[in-house]
Design a protein around this ligand. Structure first.
Ligand SMILES: Nc1ncnc2c1ncn2[C@@H]1O[C@H](COP(=O)(O)OP(=O)(O)OP(=O)(O)O)[C@@H](O)[C@H]1O
Ligand SMILES: [Mg+2]
Length: 505
């Protein structure tokens, strides 16, 4: 037999489509030829595989070796095909038996010494292999992340000889039994650290309960960043499926999954100098950006107007669709990006516009320019816009024995979240327009209130729906199936930027 077929997988977004690595050894001039759209890294495999075979106990056939990566139209990147190619050569040259190959899948980079090195995206491969029913062999560096997949049969190997020994039946590989990382140690942050700011805390609770986007505006040092960083302590728990998706993005971006982050909603706070690619993803081998790393969690943009305007505009579409499609020359990748956007900004360049204790020296034109960095359409996508005012002197020093802890607030949020899941299977922020009529029907009084506000404030249709979604969350926090004018009025009060005469907050 002079051919062998090895099962492996490529990466496309957070999916892992199957790839068959076919190896044929034939007469002709000695050499290794890889066909089937290989990119630079795959071509480099040639040299690594040759050295690895020569440096271990194997023979490198002095014949023509043809490697076909099928399907040919699927772009393939990375060194993950080293192990399948090496095994294909061993199989086709009769150095290992072929029987077990069909029931196994392999990924891994091979070092020149024959050791296996971990690769990016092993978790999505394990998920896909589990549903195909095959056993997956990975480098031992990827063992921890593939162990997160329930129902996957995986083994980890340290080197090519170990894998060959396993396939020959002369050696064993260590299994990667399904394990769940221990929950992270207790939180160090807590909402009760925040003094005063009752209104802002209330809005943070609404935002967390319905996964609404939130913009906080206020002078420096009033607790905006403090509040934002504490949202992770009150967010509802992720489901298993959500946790696996978030971990899959990490696996593709970093090549490993941090067990301390397992089942914790991601919180990403990129610096304002971040580029569009860093934020939304991209690169010649598309990688997820911050917005995808925050999938099912929170993306916090502190000092919002300091971000490049084009960078902010790039967020508009993913905010609406919950995914990002990055196109590079011949290839495209779609990454998930269901995020909750949190943003903070000062009211003006000096920061003290409207503050009672310091005078603002900005001109109206400066303030207007500062404000305009954030476009109307982006603002329109932010359901909750509130002021976080300076605290009266002394308020920071006052003890707050009755301040609610994150645990207390989280219990209310979990209850509101459960209501939403039972009713519509998704958080209120993701309610479609037709769902709104069903689950957020307005009585006569509340619709009159809303229509009057729309006329007075000149609100867009999108803003109108957003107000209804927020009102639904306020109702859910109270456990109230019906929406009242009170709920709508409160939701309306959180559109700080929409009010006439307040284009500069
Ligand atoms: N409400 C508050 N309760 C307790 N501490 C506070 C409060 N507000 C501010 N502080 C203190 O001030 C520090 C700065 O707060 P924070 O970074 O949240 O301000 P900010 O509103 O984000 O300001 P900036 O606009 O400058 O970013 C905090 O680390 C905290 O020590
Ligand atoms: Mg801040």
């Amino acid at each position: 037999m002079d051919t062998a077929t090895i099962h492996s997988r490529s990466a496309s977004g957070i999916d892992a489509p199957p790839v068959r690595v076919e190896v044929h050894i034939s007469g002709g001039l000695p050499g290794l030829h890889i066909v089937g759209l290989p990119e630079t890294a795959v071509r480099e495999s040639k040299d690594r595989v040759r050295s690895a075979l020569l440096n271990t106990q194997f023979l490198y056939p002095q014949q023509r070796i043809t490697v076909n990566l099928a399907p040919a139209d699927l772009p393939k990147e990375g060194s993950r095909f080293d192990l399948p190619i090496a095994l294909g050569i061993l199989g086709a040259s009769g150095q290992i038996p072929l029987e077990k190959l069909d029931s196994h899948e392999f990924i891994g980079e091979v070092a020149l010494t024959g050791e296996l090195r971990s690769v990016r995206g092993a978790l999505p491969v394990a998920l896909a292999a589990a549903s195909s029913g095959r056993t997956l062999i990975v480098p031992s560096g990827n063992a921890a992340e593939v162990a997160l997949v329930r129902g996957a049969r995986c083994y980890a190997a340290t080197g090519l000889p170990q894998v060959a020994g396993y396939l020959c039946g002369t050696g064993e590989l260590s299994g990667c039994p399904f394990t769940r990382p221990e929950p992270a140690a207790t939180e160090t942050l807590d909402l009760c650290d925040v003094r005063g700011q009752a209104a802002a805390r209330r809005v943070l609770e609404i935002a967390a309960a319905g996964r609404h986007n939130l913009l906080m505006i206020g002078p420096p040092g009033t607790g905006k960043s403090m509040l934002a960083s504490r949202i992770v302590t009150i967010l509802p728990e992720m489901t298993e499926a959500e946790a696996l998706e978030a971990a899959a993005v990490q696996s593709i971006a970093h090549g490993s999954v941090d067990p301390r982050l397992w089942r914790r909603r991601p919180y990403r706070a990129p610096h304002h100098t971040a580029s569009a690619v860093a934020l939304v993803g991209g690169g010649s081998h598309p990688r997820p950006g911050e917005i995808s790393l925050a999938h099912h969690g929170v993306l916090f943009l502190d000092e919002l107007p300091e971000f490049d305007r084009r960078v902010l505009e790039a967020l508009r579409e993913p905010l609406e669709t919950g995914e990002v499609t990055v196109s590079r020359a011949a290839r495209q990748a779609t990454f998930p990006a269901q995020i909750q956007l949190l943003a903070a900004m000062n009211p003006c360049p000096c920061g003290f516009h409207g503050a009672s204790h310091r005078q603002c020296r900005c001109t109206p034109a400066q303030i207007e320019r500062y404000r305009q960095t954030i476009s109307g359409p982006l603002l329109d996508r932010i359901d909750l816009q509130i002021e976080v005012p300076a605290l009266p002197p002394g308020a920071l020093m006052r003890q707050q024995p009755d301040a609610e802890s994150s645990a207390t607030v989280r219990r209310r949020i979990e209850a509101a979240h459960r209501l939403q899941m039972q009713r519509q299977g998704r958080p209120n922020a993701g309610l479609g327009i037709r769902d709104l009529d069903r689950v957020a029907a307005l009585d006569h009084e509340s619709s009159r209130l809303l229509v009057a506000a729309v006329e007075r404030l000149g609100l867009s249709a999108r803003a109108l729906h957003r107000i209804r979604r927020v009102a639904r969350t306020i109702g859910d926090l109270e456990g109230s199936p019906r929406l009242t004018a009170g709920h709508v009025a409160e939701a309306l009060s959180y559109r700080r930027f929409d009010r006439p005469g307040t284009s500069t907050p």
